[in-house]
Design a protein around this ligand. Sequence first.
Ligand code: HEC
Length: 144
Amino acid sequence: MKTKMIWLLMIGIILAACSGAVSQKATALKSLDRPAPPVEYSGKSNPLVGDSVAISTGEAIYKDNCVTCHGETGMGDGPAAGALNPKPQPLAVNQEGLGDDYLFWRIAEGGLRPPFASAMPSWKMILNEEEIWQVITYLRTIPR
Ligand code: HEC
């Protein structure tokens, strides 16, 4: 009888620990730990949300410029990703927890500067503002 009680107690503790971990993960995905965009990008919002032409143009831009590192399905597993440090994160999943202004900033300025210090290129000389919004519009719809 006594051992049964101890087992029940232990199972209870394990279950409590697991549900704690699960809810923590869910919150982390909703709001990822990233630096806030600088003032010139802060608060920008995508004028093309859901626009079907923007989605298909953005997909073409993504395939031409981003797949090598971010991968066909945006999971950070492009052919060049293995050699990178830091590696691209699963953008297709993480975009959900990242604001338009953050995504625009990161695509425009890349990762050359701290705190990122990564191989993420700066696209602002290559893609114009509309093209950056188009690729973001596509990222929002990328299957995951
Ligand atoms: C040469 C490889 C490379 C290419 C090409 C590249 N990226 Fe990246 N990108 C990275 C790496 C590495 C990171 C992760 C480190 C960082 O955040 O700077 C990253 C990060 C990002 C982030 C921030 C994600 C986050 O979780 O904070 C976004 C958004 C992004 N890339 C979008 C793009 C888009 C859109 C393109 C194409 C126009 C692109 N990248 C092309 C390597 C690349």
